[in-house]
Design a protein around this ligand. Structure first.
Ligand code: NDP
Length: 400
């Protein structure tokens, strides 16, 4: 039976998810796109031909509002592509109304720049008891990077020992400074301390203090910075043979200079200050003056390249393996009028939701993507716009 899908969030990623899901007319009978600002939902819906989307305004910080919307629309499944702050209220609403849940970023409290899965994993028993499923982190990273790792573990290794997730955006949007996903979430992520996993322990480092050039396919060497990224937490739990797991992301010099200045003048603070008798959070104000991620697509050139470099053991021998996707910003724009970072997030969310809606990936409880069979997901990834490639026993670009 076809399903009724509620998408919450109408930013860069919401645009991709709405347009991609609307093409799945054999999976969904009805789709509603809801967000804080209804006019953004209406603008996206107006560009969709395959299906007439319903739209609504919702404040997803309020679980009751979300629950009422789910009831009135009679949703079967909710895709949350609003902000990480809304994860828990939306999960609460799903529990109250007996609806399945999917997101692309793990919860973080608004007053502390700290993300971890503990808050959402704590919903495990409640989802299980109700026969509901929550799929966490089904974007690209987290998301496809976990599925790539699961594929490597299934087909290429007896034991995975070293994992480096390498994330490059070699694109140019022509702006002096802009972030490719929500500026507030992005800047909170990269200004906090870095962290990686080694020999059973987490090693903390100063923000952006470890960096080196990594050679990306079709791009070449780019300076890459070691960051903490949320999928490391679930991957070291789900692949206990890992001796080390790290995450690297490229940043251009111009971006880093802007960020340093913004930090130095206090514009990245997340605590409220008083301005003209009004409480203002500097980072939220900064977000309001920066370009919206959804607006960057039109003249964006270049491509992203994201993958997993893995070393481990197969049949008693050392083995290296690299699996990755490259996505051209212009091709993403031609498909759904989005830039590549929104696209590489929205396409995996679309596939994860389809696998849930069709019962291929369906078990009660709260799960990360790598806990499912990667085959049906990877079978669709190229077809839906993100072809992937693999290399065995190549010289990996950096040492282990
Ligand atoms: P945007 O800022 O472009 O969009 C966010 C959307 O959420 C906006 O439409 C915003 O509404 C809406 N929103 C914010 N607060 C609320 C609320 N209280 N109630 C209802 N709607 C709300 O961000 P992106 O689309 O770039 O990112 C969306 C999500 O995707 C983020 O959580 C981000 O972390 C995640 N992401 C995950 C990636 C991955 O690979 N896993 C990569 C990139 C992003 P309004 O327009 O009114 O502000």
């Amino acid at each position: 039976m076809k399903k009724r899908l509620l998408i919450i969030g109408a930013g860069g990623v919401g645009n991709v998810v709405a347009k991609k899901c609307a093409r799945l007319t054999d999976v969904y009978s009805d789709i509603m796109l809801a967000s804080r600002t209804k006019s953004k939902c209406d603008a996206i819906a107006a560009e969709i031909k395959e299906m007439k989307l319903q739209t609504a305004a919702v404040d997803a910080d309020d679980a009751q509002q979300v629950a009422e919307l789910i009831r009135s629309f009679k949703a079967d499944l909710v895709i949350n592509v609003a902000l990480p702050y809304q994860d828990l209220p939306i999960m609460d609403a799903c529990l109250e109304t007996n609806v399945h849940y999917l997101d692309t970023a793990n919860y973080e409290p608004i007053d502390e720049a700290k993300f971890e899965y503990s808050w959402q994993w704590a919903y495990q028993e409640r989802f299980k008891e109700k026969g509901l499923m929550a799929l966490l982190g089904c974007g690209f990273d987290p998301g496809v990077t976990g599925i790539f790792t699961a594929h490597a573990a299934k087909y290429h290794f007896d034991e995975i020992h070293y994992l480096d997730i390498v994330d490059c955006n070699a694109g140019d949007h022509g702006k002096a400074f802009a972030t490719n996903f929500n500026p507030e979430i992005n800047i909170r992520e990269i200004t906090q301390k870095g962290k990686y996993f080694e020999n059973g322990q987490w090693v903390e480092i100063d923000a952006m203090s470890i960096h080196k050039p990594i050679d990306y396919p079709n791009v070449g060497p780019r300076e890459s910075y070691l960051l903490y990224h949320e999928e490391l937490e679930s991957l070291v739990k789900n692949f206990p043979t890992l001796k080390r797991a790290r995450f690297w992301m490229t940043f251009g010099q111009e971006y880093i200079t802007h960020l340093r200045v913004l930090q130095n003048v206090g514009m990245t603070r997340i605590d409220p200050i008083m301005y003209n008798g009004v409480e203002v959070v500097p980072l939220q104000f900064l977000k309001a003056v920066l370009p919206e991620p959804s607006s960057l697509g039109e003249n964006y050139t270049g491509e992203t390249s994201i993958g997993c470099q893995i070393k481990g053991i197969k049949d008693g021998k050392d083995k290296t393996y690299f699996i990755y996707n490259n996505c051209k910003h212009q091709e993403a724009f031609d498909d759904v009028q989005a830039q590549g970072v929104s696209y590489t997030t929205g396409v995996p969310a679309t596939i994860g939701a389809e696998l849930m809606a069709t019962g291929v990936w369906m078990k009660p409880g709260v799960y990360n993507v790598e806990e499912f069979n990667p085959d049906p997901f990877l079978a669709k990834l190229g077809e839906y716009g993100l072809p992937w490639h693999e290399m065995e026993n190549v010289d990996l670009p950096h040492e282990y």
